[in-house]
Design a protein around this ligand. Structure first.
Ligand code: UTP
Length: 270
């Protein structure tokens, strides 16, 4: 099934990165010479996406400035004029609310959502692999996390497993370890039916007082199903200091010109 539009929600506060995110959007934090949002955009392009919608907010102008340069230089991103739009989220009311802000730009077709702070290191585009398996059910990228981390994620209650796909019978936002039905966590890649907008419009704030995308996914299970996609490659939660540092080390380690810096650092610590 074709997916031609992606939503990049970039309206979050990035509190875990205060104070730097008081002035620099989390999505503009760098892994070497490129910001996180650049890698997400590359992944979307590799998946054949044709329309790119950023849900942005006060203080996030540097994302637009960055892409103005990138789109003016086709060696970075060779895209058609008019294929990028920016829509504002007036208040950071949650990921579900950010997605809802893109409603009028999506229309009646399935679409993708990508959180740039979930950085996935792999030779293939995770989004592209998901689109190949997409059959109209709501689909989320899934990774098994450590039991002590389940309370940071939407966690799937898995009904059955079919190769890379986990068919879910329920999903819980940030459950406690004792309540979690599995360790399969949702990470920031989604393929969604446009009908999610009707649900989001009527959703009350959930965990953390935010409009949660997970709550909308739960409500849609009877009509649209929910499938977790076990992607290949390494994923880093670059919304956290541990994740960003780990991503930088992994990328640098793959670069022949930088590898020796990491090696020397560890030798000096011995
Ligand atoms: P997070 O859950 O990581 O929230 O958002 P956050 O505010 O960015 O970061 P912390 O937890 O305060 O450190 C996941 C994705 O959803 C976007 C974020 O920009 C990120 O891409 N988001 C979140 C919005 O666009 N708007 C919101 O109101 C909340």
């Amino acid at each position: 099934m074709k997916i031609s539009k992606v939503v990049f929600p970039v309206g979050g506060l990035g509190k875990r990165f205060f104070p730097i995110t008081r002035a620099i959007p989390k999505e503009m934090l760098g892994i070497m010479d490129k910001p996180l949002i650049h890698y997400a955009f590359e992944e979307a392009m590799a998946a054949g996406i044709e329309k790119f919608i950023f849900v942005t907010r006060h203080g996030k102008d540097s994302i637009e400035d960055y892409f103005d340069y990138m789109f003016a230089h086709s060696e970075y991103f060779d895209i058609k004029i008019g294929s990028v739009c920016y829509v504002r989220q007036n208040e950071p009311l949650g990921l579900g609310h950010a997605v809802l802000c893109a409603k009028n730009l999506i229309g009646n077709e399935p679409f993708a959502v990508m959180s740039a702070d979930d950085f996935i290191l792999h030779s293939k585009s995770c989004l592209s692999e998901m689109i190949k398996c997409y059959d109209g059910s709501n689909m989320v990228a899934t990774v098994s996390v450590a039991p002590q981390d389940v309370d940071k994620y939407g966690i799937l209650d898995v009904d059955r497993e079919m190769n890379k796909l986990l068919v879910a019978k329920s999903v819980d936002e940030k459950p406690s370890i004792k309540d979690a039905k599995s360790t399969y966590a949702i990470v920031g890649r989604y393929l969604l039916s446009h009908e999610i907008f009707c649900i989001l419009e009527n959703l009350k704030p959930g965990t953390g007082g935010e409009i949660q995308l997970t709550d909308a996914l739960l409500r849609m299970i009877p009509s649209h199903g929910l499938v977790g996609f076990k992607f290949e490659g390494k994923r880093f939660d670059c919304g956290s200091k541990e994740g960003l540092l780990s991503a930088i080390l992994n990328v640098a380690n793959q670069d022949k010109t930088l590898h020796h810096i990491i090696k020397n650092f560890y030798e000096e610590q011995r």
